[in-house]
Design a protein around this ligand. Structure first.
Ligand SMILES: Nc1ncnc2c1ncn2[C@@H]1O[C@H](COP(=O)(O)OP(=O)(O)OP(=O)(O)O)[C@@H](O)[C@H]1O
Length: 120
């Protein structure tokens, strides 16, 4: 299962604000793939673990979030190259990367890709 979420903007240099996309990839026995905004992320996970039906199926929600293949994420981060590492979180490392914009094919979009420990 692959989660993608455009999370937040942050400042690289004092006056330069760049929008980043955080992509989290993780394995699961669940076969469906769904996309969710960060605010929904813990909601969907708790829904999955508790198996309650109280929350809507996020796969059925309309979404404009983009799915990336593992190959695309490897290409974007130069195969998760150490030089591209931005930081480390509780369950994996985060790498900067660059992907082509779908809207404007000649534009590149900077992204942050989280590589969850033990996934690949
Ligand atoms: N969009 C981003 N741009 C730049 N650096 C980032 C970005 N996202 C994460 N990082 C870097 O990676 C580090 C880990 O981020 P992450 O989101 O994994 O943190 P976390 O929420 O503490 O981790 P976890 O969710 O695994 O518990 C951050 O402290 C930061 O240094």
């Amino acid at each position: 299962m692959v989660f993608h979420c455009r999370c937040f903007s942050f400042s690289l240099q004092e006056n330069e604000e760049i929008e980043y996309e955080t992509i989290t990839q993780t394995n699961s026995t669940m076969t469906e793939t769904f996309h969710t905004a960060c605010s929904d992320f813990s909601l969907s996970v708790s829904n999955f673990h508790s198996k309650t039906t109280e929350f809507p199926n996020l796969a059925e929600k309309p979404s404009n979030l983009r799915v990336f293949t593992v190959a695309e994420l490897k290409a974007a981060t130069k195969n998760f190259c150490g030089e591209y590492k931005l930081g480390e979180g509780g369950f994996g490392s985060v790498y900067k990367g660059v992907v082509k914009s779908l809207e404007y094919p000649f534009h590149e979009v900077q992204v942050a890709v989280k590589y969850a420990d033990g996934v690949l």
